[in-house]
Design a protein around this ligand. Structure first.
Ligand SMILES: [Zn+2]
Length: 224
C-alpha cells in the first residue's frame, strides 16, 4: 500500500499515468480523433484542447471514460484501478498486511485470493453463497453500512483518514445488536478519559490508531 501511494503521490502523477495508458501515442481528441492537441491549457479541469479545424474542444483524460461524471480525484481512481487489476501476490500481500496474524479471511472465490494461509471461500461462480462460517452476508451488511455512511454522512473520505472512517463503521457494525440506550452507554463509557483535539486527530501515530481501534471495539493487535 505504501508503494502504491509512492507510485501515485498526487492527482497530477496519477493523471499522467492514466493519460499514458489511454493515449500511448499522445493525446487524441475524444470528439474528432484529431491528434493535434494543445496541452496544457489555461482551463483548470480540461487541460487538453483539440486543434482540429472546427472542433476546438477542451477535454480531459476523463472524457468518454467511466471517470467522466465522477468527483473522485485521479489518485483515487488510479489506486482503485490498481487494486482492481492487481495480481494474486499483491492482493494476498495487501490482505495479509491488513489482517491480524492468524485471522481467518473469508472471501469469494476470486482466484487472486488463492494461497492465503487462513482462508475459506464461497463460490459465487457456482451459486454457492453460504459455506459454514464462510459467507458474504456479514461483510456485505458491513459494506452496506459503510457505504450508507459515506453517501449520507461523510461525503468525502480522505485516504489519510480512511482507517478512521472504517473504524467508525466497524464500531457501529459491532454494536448493531444493541438497543439505543445500551449503545449510548457504551459510547459514554468509551468517552471517559478521551479528548481528541484537532491537532491530535491530524497527527498520525500509533497512539491515535490504538485509540480509534479501542473506540471501535476492535481487538488489540488488529492492524486497523
Ligand atoms: Zn477534436
Amino acid at each position: 500500500m505504501r508503494d502504491l501511494f509512492r507510485k501515485f503521490p498526487d492527482d497530477a502523477t496519477a493523471e499522467a499515468w492514466i493519460a499514458g495508458i489511454r493515449w500511448p501515442d499522445g493525446p487524441e481528441c475524444p470528439r474528432c480523433g484529431c491528434t493535434n492537441v494543445q496541452h496544457p491549457t489555461a482551463h483548470k479541469t480540461m487541460p487538453y484542447r483539440c486543434r482540429g479545424k472546427g472542433c476546438w474542444r477542451f477535454f480531459s483524460v476523463r472524457v468518454g471514460t467511466v471517470m467522466q461524471d465522477s468527483k473522485l480525484g485521479y489518485q483515487e481512481w488510479a489506486i482503485g484501478f490498481y487494486l482492481h487489476n492487481t495480481s494474486g501476490p499483491t492482493l494476498r500481500g495487501f490482505v495479509q498486511d491488513r489482517s491480524a496474524d492468524g485471522a481467518m479471511v473469508y472471501s469469494d472465490d476470486h482466484r487472486a485470493y488463492r494461497g492465503l494461509p487462513h482462508h475459506e471461500t464461497v463460490r459465487h461462480s457456482v451459486a454457492e453463497y453460504v459455506n459454514g462460517q464462510a459467507h458474504m452476508n456479514g461483510i456485505e451488511s458491513f459494506w452496506a453500512g459503510l457505504k450508507r455512511a459515506y453517501h449520507g454522512t461523510f461525503h468525502h473520505v480522505s485516504a489519510e483518514h480512511l482507517d478512521r472512517y472504517v473504524c467508525e463503521a466497524a464500531g457501529r457494525h459491532n454494536r448493531r445488536g444493541l438497543d439505543t440506550l445500551a449503545m449510548m452507554e457504551r459510547m459514554v463509557a468509551g468517552m471517559v478519559g478521551r479528548h481528541l483535539p484537532y491537532a491530535d486527530l491530524i497527527a498520525d501515530g500509533p497512539h491515535a490508531r490504538k485509540r480509534d481501534a479501542e473506540l471501535a471495539g476492535i481487538p488489540p493487535g488488529h492492524p486497523f
